[in-house]
Design a protein around this ligand. Structure first.
Ligand code: NAD
Ligand code: TDX
Length: 341
């Protein structure tokens, strides 16, 4: 495989994947198809080899734009494009349905029409709902779907459409389902970069509810390496759960960040809980480990160290991300201004 059509490649995970691909495959060519929404960031593409990477601004739900950008001879579509933030889906779900569901179907149709060899859907553990706080319960590839937020429901619908394209039309598809990513270039609406950027500025960290919800954290490049392996070695029609066996309660994450920055734990503020807040996510990645030979390279400690260092060295990136429309969203979500101590 040498010609890749990557959607959402200006976002957090997509841009990390483009970087990895250009490094790992010196002769590959990447079309990066991205609508450049609030979450798409040209800064994320700085320094990439322009001779092998072309950004095309376009909407995955617009059939004509997708077909115009998708060149014949494309080997694989990797679909990262999505509205990705749960809290925004609770405020308004329309864009989630359009991008995440209609957009996925448009891409599946285009893949068939243009003879693309493989379609990889980047999905999420959230399609499986919430686990009890019992450490022996894990999400497997056979767990039942139980999406609880509009975001999760839209990603579940997208997965069903991918499954249907494989079953009905024989399209070669692979689905990867990952947990909570963290690392460089994550938009500071998500918990970890929000907590980190607030703490760096001596601003409070808003913790929803009792702060005891559990997430299974993975360093973004480990997720991207798993996607690359699934693309190359995954079975047609298969689903792979990707997780680093790294569960932490939200309060522990906040405390780890504050301790690493030498900031007081008094910066933690308990705020109103998220509606329908899933209690625990935990992934069993055995299939990815045995079939793909995948293992995470970063520990929680090394991943956090790299992430904190990146945000400390890239204050201009954070300032730009925390300006403009972000300020309106922050006020609506938290009832306080960005920067309010
Ligand atoms: P992100 O919000 O940082 O980036 C999304 C990208 O998609 C942006 O560049 C945006 O401009 C683009 N986009 C949005 N709507 C579009 C449209 N209509 N047409 C074309 N491009 C559009 O998201 P992320 O955190 O990088 O997540 C990437 C993918 O991984 C998503 O599909 C998400 O559901 C999935 N995922 C994310 C996580 C996580 O922890 N962030 C975990 C598991 C799965
Ligand atoms: O201000 C906050 N305070 C807080 O306590 C925010 C934004 C979040 N939280 C909590 C909610 C969650 O329990 O932190 C946890 C993580 O929240 P998010 O970063 O919003 O992630 P989550 O809802 O778990 O979903 C993420 O993982 C799966 C991604 O955003 C999804 O795109 C991915 O599919």
């Amino acid at each position: 495989m040498n010609r890749f059509f990557i959607t959402g490649g200006a976002g957090f995970i997509g841009s990390a994947f483009v970087r990895l691909l250009l490094e790992e495959r010196p002769s590959c060519n990447v079309t990066n198809f991205d609508a450049l929404t609030y979450a798409g960031n040209m800064d994320n593409l700085e320094g990439l080899d322009k001779t092998r990477h072309q950004l095309v601004q376009g909407d995955v739900a617009a059939r004509d734009s997708v077909l115009a950008a998708l060149e014949s001879g494309t080997d694989a579509i990797i679909n990262f494009a999505a509205e990705s933030h749960v809290d925004r889906s609770i405020l308004s779900a329309d864009e989630f349905l359009r991008t995440n569901i209609l957009g996925t179907q448009v891409l599946l149709d285009a893949a068939r029409e243009c003879g693309v060899r493989r379609f990889l859907q980047v999905s999420t553990d959230e399609v499986l709902g919430s686990l009890p706080e019992d450490e022996t319960a894990y999400f497997t590839e056979n767990s039942a779907f139980a999406p609880n937020s509009p975001y999760a429901a839209s990603k579940a619908a997208a997965e069903h459409l991918v499954r249907a394209a494989h079953h009905t039309f024989g399209l070669d598809t692979v689905v990867t389902r990952c947990g909570n990513n963290y690392g460089p270039r994550q938009f500071p609406e998500k918990f970890l970069p929000l907590a980190l950027s607030n703490a760096m500025n001596d601003e409070p960290i808003p913790l929803y509810g009792d702060g005891q919800n559990v997430r299974d954290w993975i360093y973004v490049m480990d997720h991207c390496r798993a996607i690359l392996l699934a693309l190359r070695q995954g079975h047609a029609g298969a689903v792979y759960n990707i997780g680093a066996r790294n569960e932490h309660r939200n309060i522990e994450v906040a405390e780890s960040l504050l301790d690493a920055l030498g900031k007081p734990r008094s910066l933690i503020r308990f705020v109103k809980d998220r509606l329908g807040h899933d209690r625990r996510y935990a992934i069993d990645p055995s299939r990815a480990e045995s079939e793909l030979g995948w293992r995470p390279l970063e520990t929680w400690e090394s991943g956090l160290r790299k992430t904190i260092a990146w945000y400390q060295e890239n204050s201009r990136w954070i300032e730009r991300a925390r300006s403009g429309a972000y300020r309106d969203y922050y006020k609506q979500q938290y009832g306080t201004e960005v920067g309010a101590a």
